[in-house]
Design a protein around this ligand. Structure first.
Ligand code: GTP
Length: 170
């Protein structure tokens, strides 16, 4: 029997320099490259995930250039079916900002599947237990650890989000 085909849009959000573009490059290309579909202000890359009963095509949106929260256009968020909220293991303030990114997005999208990522797991952690507990409670879930540099946890993070998207699509 042919698998059900599903196409969904996901966004990566988080402060500057936390590794959003690097995570996409690692996941989609297993390296850095310019092989992206370019459009003004954003680039969209595509990755197909095979599950037992369906084939999920993720359209992964990355914002080029200015990425501060205030300058992000709602058009970037619109139609998103899932989000990876990314922070940096070596900068605590990027973790503390995740709930703001979530709120900003969900004002446009409503509630959608979300995975929080602590990237740069290859670096020493600068995150206090208090900050982690505060953010876990605000997001309603624990973050996953990734390193775009080593590849650790990257596929798992995207595929966990993919599974949650499939669940809400059923
Ligand atoms: P903006 O474009 O400013 O929003 O940044 P971004 O979130 O897309 O981050 P980007 O992927 O450009 O990475 C920022 C810097 O962090 C680069 O110098 C990367 O090489 C570095 N970096 C990204 N991921 C990792 C990682 O897992 N480990 C380490 N050690 N460095 C990383």
């Amino acid at each position: 029997m042919e698998k059900k085909k599903i196409i969904r849009k996901i966004c990566l959000l988080g402060d500057g320099g936390v590794g959003k573009t690097s995570l996409i490059s690692r996941y989609v290309l297993n390296s850095y490259s310019d092989e992206y579909i370019r459009s003004i202000g954003t680039r969209v890359s595509k990755k197909v995930i095979e599950y037992d009963d369906c084939e999920l095509t993720l359209m992964i949106w990355d914002v080029l250039g200015q990425k501060s929260q205030k300058t992000l256009h709602a058009a970037y968020y619109r139609g998103a079916n899932g989000v990876l909220l990314v922070c940096d293991n070596a900068r605590e303030e990027t973790l503390l900002h995740l709930p703001m990114w979530k709120q900003d997005l969900m004002e446009v999208t409503g509630s959608i599947p979300l995975i929080a990522i602590i990237n740069k797991a290859d670096l020493g952690s600068a995150l206090s237990k208090d900050a982690l507990a505060q953010v876990c409670s605000a997001l309603g879930k624990s973050p996953m650890y990734t390193s775009a540099k080593s590849g650790e946890g990257v596929q798992e993070a995207f595929e966990t989000l993919g599974s949650e998207i499939i669940e809400v699509s059923k």
